[in-house]
Design a protein around this ligand. Structure first.
Ligand code: BG6
Length: 519
C-alpha cells in the first residue's frame, strides 16, 4: 500500500527537465560598482555557480567608470557577499573557484573607445563561446540605456541578427517614468536589439509564490471554477513595507509609490491573479494574456480620482517599537515634498470574468508590517440558515495567497465551535511552503538570471506590457500631479495609511484585512 509520502512522489508532475540548459557565455554587468551588483546580482550568480546551474565555461565582466583591478573588484564583492548572501557562512572554496571567472573593465559609456576595450577583454578570453554568447545586464540609470546599446552595437557586440550564438540585454526598472518616456526607452533599446533579445526585469516575477499564482489557479479545478464575478465579491492586494525610504531618497523623490511599486510589481501580480488561462505555458502565450488583462483595467480619469485613488505620505511615528522620522525629514528629501509613500486604489477590470468586481490595491512604506498578500474575498452565503443569529457577522469565505514572508495559502471557512451549544466561527485551512517544501528560498534574481541565460523570457516584461501598465499609472497620477498634499493625506509611520484608504473600501461596505506580522 502506498503511504502518503509515496503518493506525493508519484504525483509530482514535471513540466520541464528540472534543469535549464545554459550554454557557455560571458555575462557583462554595466553598473558593476553599484548596489544592485553587490547586493543581488553577484550573490545570485555565486549561488547558481554553487548549485552547478552555470555552464562549466563562463565569465562575468564588471563594467563601470571607477578605476580598479580585477583583484580589487573581487575583494569588494567577497566582502558584500558576507553581508548579502542568503547562505552563510560563505563557502570559501566555492567562492575562490567562482571568483576566478570575474574580471573588471573600466569604462565610461560616453566614450566610444570604452566598449571597444570591453570587446578586447572578451576577445582576450581566447574561447569562441565566451565571445559568441553574451548577456549584457544593464544595472544603470534609464537615461543611459539607449547609449549603452548603441555603444555595444558600434563595438560589434550587439547585433539584431547575430551570425552565431546569442546576445541578450537585461534591463532593470524603472522602465521610464511615464508612457512617453517608456516608449522612448523602448525605441532606444530596440534600435539595436530585437524585442526578443530584451529581458525587462520585474523581480516580483522571480518570486516562487508569484510564479505559483498561475500553477495554483490553473492546476486546481476547485478554485478556477469560483475565480470570477459569480463567486468573488472583491479582491485585495497589499504590498506593505515597514521600512522607510532609507538611503534611497534621491531615487524615491523622483518616483513615489505609484511608479516605484504599482506600475510594475502590483500590476504584474494583479495580471497573474486576474488573467484568462493562456493557450500554453510558453512565454508569449502567458505574456499575451497579461497584456490583455492590463488593457481591460478601466482607466481612472482625474475627475473620478477622489473615489478611486488615495495617496499618503508618512510623518514621524513608531514602527515595530522604533521611532521613525517623517518622510520630509529623511536625508535627501525636500522639506515640502509631496511625493507619495502610500497609495490605495480601487480598480475595475472590464471584461466578462470580472465585470463589477472591485480590485483594491495598496502599497506603502513605514506601514505596521512587511508583507505581500492577495486576498480573494468570496460572496456571502444566502444567510437562510444563520441569518437570525449571525446576520452580517457570518464571515464570508476568503482565500489568501501569502506572497511573503510566511509564504503560503490560507482558506478561511466557517466551522462549528465544539460543544453542546451551536456556534460558528471562522477557521483556517493552511498550506505553508516551509512545512511542505522545507526552507528552500532561492532569491528572485537567481531564477531570473538563470532564465535570461537560458533564453526563457516567460518571467520578463514585454514592451507592450510595460506600456499598458504605464497607461494605467499615468491616468491614476494625473489626478494629483502638481497638487501639494493636504493635511488629510499624511499618516503617522507605523499605521495603515491615511483614513481615506479605509473609506475607499467602506463606501462599498468592504474593509481591508491587514496582513498579520510574521509568526
Ligand atoms: C523595489 C522597490 O522594486 O521593490 C523598493 O524599488 C521596494 O522600493 C522593493 O522596497 C520591494 O521588494 P521586496 O522584494 O522586498 O518586496
Amino acid at each position: 500500500m502506498n503511504t502518503q509520502d509515496d503518493l506525493d512522489e508519484l504525483m509530482i508532475c514535471r513540466l520541464d527537465s528540472g534543469r535549464k540548459t545554459v550554454q557557455p557565455c560571458s555575462i557583462v554587468i554595466f553598473g558593476a560598482s553599484g548596489d544592485l551588483t553587490a547586493r543581488k546580482l553577484v550573490p545570485a550568480l555565486y549561488h547558481l555557480f554553487k548549485e552547478r546551474q552555470l555552464p562549466p565555461l563562463f565569465r562575468v565582466v564588471g563594467f563601470a567608470r571607477r578605476d580598479k583591478t580585477d583583484a580589487a573588484w573581487r575583494a569588494e564583492l567577497r566582502e558584500a557577499l558576507g553581508r548579502f548572501s542568503r547562505t552563510q557562512p560563505v563557502d570559501e572554496s566555492a567562492w575562490a573557484q567562482f571568483a576566478a571567472n570575474l574580471c573588471y573593465c573600466r569604462g565610461d559609456l560616453t566614450d566610444s573607445a570604452a566598449c571597444a576595450r570591453l570587446r578586447q577583454t572578451l576577445d582576450a578570453f581566447g574561447q569562441p563561446e565566451l565571445r559568441r554568447n553574451l548577456l549584457f545586464y544593464l544595472a544603470i540609470s534609464p537615461s543611459q540605456v539607449g547609449l549603452a546599446v548603441e555603444q555595444l552595437h558600434r563595438a560589434g557586440l550587439l547585433e539584431r541578427e547575430p551570425s552565431t550564438g546569442w546576445q541578450r540585454v537585461v534591463v532593470e526598472k524603472p522602465f521610464g517614468h511615464d508612457l512617453l518616456s517608456a516608449q522612448a526607452l523602448n525605441t532606444g533599446l530596440t534600435r539595436f536589439a530585437h524585442e526578443q533579445q530584451v529581458y525587462r526585469i520585474d523581480h516580483y516575477l522571480g518570486k516562487e509564490t508569484v510564479q505559483n499564482i498561475l500553477m495554483f489557479r490553473f492546476s486546481n479545478a476547485l478554485f478556477e471554477r469560483v475565480w470570477n464575478r459569480d463567486a468573488v465579491d472583491h479582491i485585495q492586494l497589499t504590498v506593505s513595507e515597514r521600512q522607510g525610504v532609507g538611503s534611497r531618497a534621491a531615487y524615491y523623490e523622483e518616483v513615489g509609490a505609484l511608479r516605484d511599486m504599482v506600475q510594475n510589481h502590483l500590476l504584474q501580480v494583479l495580471a497573474l491573479v486576474a488573467m484568462e488561462p493562456p493557450v500554453s505555458l510558453e512565454a508569449e502565450a502567458i505574456r499575451d494574456e497579461k497584456v490583455k488583462l492590463l488593457k481591460c483595467v478601466r482607466l481612472i480619469f482625474p475627475e473620478q480620482g477622489a473615489r478611486h485613488v488615495v495617496r499618503g505620505q508618512y510623518t514621524a511615528g513608531t514602527v515595530a517599537g522604533r521611532p521613525q522620522a517623517g518622510y520630509r525629514d529623511e536625508p535627501g528629501v525636500r522639506p515640502d515634498s509631496s511625493v507619495e509613500t502610500f497609495v490605495a486604489l480601487k480598480l475595475f477590470v472590464d471584461n466578462w470574468r470580472w465585470s463589477g468586481v472591485p480590485f483594491y490595491l495598496r502599497t506603502g512604506k513605514c506601514l505596521p508590517v512587511s508583507a505581500s498578500e492577495v486576498r480573494i474575498q468570496f460572496r456571502p452565503t444566502p444567510h437562510v440558515l444563520f441569518a437570525a443569529a449571525c446576520g452580517p457577522k457570518l464571515d464570508c469565505n476568503s482565500l489568501t495567497l501569502r506572497l511573503q514572508p510566511d509564504e503560503g495559502i490560507s482558506l478561511r471557512i466557517n466551522g462549528k465551535i465544539p460543544g453542546a451549544s451551536v456556534g460558528v466561527r471562522p477557521v483556517r485551512m493552511h498550506f505553508s511552503y516551509n512545512a511542505e517544501f522545507g526552507a528552500y528560498t532561492p532569491e528572485a534574481y537567481e531564477r531570473l538570471l538563470l532564465d535570461a541565460l537560458a533564453g526563457d523570457a516567460t518571467l520578463f516584461i514585454r514592451r507592450d506590457e510595460v506600456e499598458a501598465a504605464w497607461t494605467i499609472a499615468d491616468a491614476l497620477r494625473a489626478g494629483w500631479a502638481g497638487k501639494p498634499l493636504t493635511d488629510a493625506e499624511f499618516y503617522p509611520a507605523g499605521t495603515w495609511g491615511p483614513p481615506a484608504a479605509n473609506e475607499l473600501l467602506a463606501r462599498a461596505g468592504h474593509a481591508w484585512r491587514n496582513p498579520q506580522p510574521t509568526r
